[in-house]
Design a protein around this ligand. Structure first.
Ligand code: PLP
Length: 388
């Protein structure tokens, strides 16, 4: 049973006291544990962290120090990593449809690994970075994933060979294939199926004179939800066994986002208003749908709210602090009755949360502190609370 980063009630109170609310708290030790676990069960794979899941600089620096690689989606992410001092060789520009500005920055920064899934992308890549390394993204449908990316991306396997030939003819270095089984994919069968598809394509490419050397299995590794605790180690073991069978001499890359950062962040938010409207209890929080709870919309996520209270539960609506009526996170959520100023802990909210937050209505994005750095500051308060 894996234990993830979860603040105690005393730590929540002490942090709220010291830093105010709303507050995001990231544990870089949890980032390290997640990275190491994946690497341990996918030995030899290059782990390209998908920066889009949480682009916090401290997370990126931590992964860079651990020897990680990075999946970047835009000019902004390439610039950010470059500014931090991460070498372009450690980045793959894994957006199948790239912007002119993205390609320009890739050329300036020196990023020369790309993914693509359509013919129109070939000339763009070849012009921006002549001789660049290209991976063809293959469509691997997986309706079971929480976010099925294959409706938007991936070439049909039947088109693959022709696209590889065209990329080669355009002067690109055609190095391999990639796929993404969809985000929060708890079914290892989706990966194994994708590996079978790619194995067949590797063979067909070799028969046509193109020896592919890299397989990028994308992201998708799941994190715990309120009801499910997926065993990522077991999933990775099964995937690794398939590598040994189908891809013994192939360089393997993975692009996990959610799995690396999701469990490493806790949100502390506060009740700022209570109302009874149409016989329904409403609670207003100081973080909302336009802020750290943006994943309710963009990531289809249902967050756990830990109130540290016990008693009979009521059905309530939870809304954010903005003046917009869309700013409602949960309806008919069961909760113990709450009062103004009550603190709520939201664990496991590091992926696709702050990354898609806005400053709508003039609310600043929720500040993020590093648990291992702030711990010393709140230690006296914690000791006092424990002694009391
Ligand atoms: N790689 C690519 C190309 C993606 O588009 C994404 C997510 O959208 C990821 C990796 C990360 O996926 P996940 O967070 O499910 O691991």
């Amino acid at each position: 049973m894996v234990n993830y980063f979860r603040l105690s009630q005393e730590a929540v109170a002490a942090l709220a006291d010291c830093y105010g609310t709303p507050l995001l708290v990231v544990s870089l030790e949890q980032i390290e544990r997640n990275y190491n676990l994946l690497l341990e069960h996918l030995p030899g794979a290059k782990i390209y962290y998908a920066v889009k899941a949480n682009p916090d600089e401290r997370i990126i620096r931590k992964l860079a120090a651990l020897g990680g690689y990075f999946d970047v989606a835009s000019d902004g992410e390439m610039r950010l990593l470059s500014r931090i001092g991460i070498a372009p060789e450690r980045m793959v520009y894994a957006n199948p449809v790239k912007t002119p500005n993205g390609l320009k920055v890739a050329g300036q920064v020196g990023v020369n690994k790309f993914t693509f899934d359509s013919e129109s992308e070939i000339a763009k890549m070849a012009a921006a970075v002549p001789g660049g390394n290209a991976l063809l993204r293959i469509r691997v449908d997986n309706p079971k994933a929480l976010v099925d990316l294959n409706k938007k991306f991936g070439a049909y396997p039947a088109e693959a060979l022709a696209l590889l030939h065209k990329a080669h003819a355009a002067g690109l270095n055609v190095v391999g294939l990639c796929f993404h089984v969809g985000s929060q994919s708890t079914d290892v069968g989706a990966y194994l199926n994708a590996l079978k598809i790619c194995r067949k394509l590797f063979k067909e490419a070799a028969a046509a004179g193109m020896n592919l050397s890299v397989l990028d299995i994308g992201g998708g590794f799941p994190m715990p939800t309120r009801t499910e605790k997926p065993d990522v180690a077991a999933m990775a073991d099964a995937i690794n066994a398939a590598f040994k069978e189908y891809f013994p001499a192939t360089e393997i890359w993975a692009e996990p986002g959610r799995y690396i950062c999701g469990t490493a962040v806790n949100l502390i938010t506060r009740v700022i208003g209570t109302k009874l409207r149409n016989n329904q209890q409403w609670y207003f929080l100081d973080d909302g749908l336009y802020g750290s709870f943006s994943g309710v919309i963009f990531d289809h996520w249902d967050y756990e709210l830990e109130t540290f209270k016990t008693g009979k539960r009521v059905s309530a609506t939870f809304a954010g602090p903005s003046c917009d009526s869309l700013d409602i996170m949960f309806k008919e959520k069961l909760t113990v009755p709450l009062d103004i100023d009550d603190l709520i802990l939201v664990p496991n909210c590091g992926a696709y949360t702050s990354a898609s937050a806005t400053e709508f209505n003039g609310f600043a994005k929720t500040p993020i502190v590093v648990w291992e750095e702030v711990y010393e500051a709140i230690k006296p308060k914690l000791e006092l609370a424990t002694a009391g």
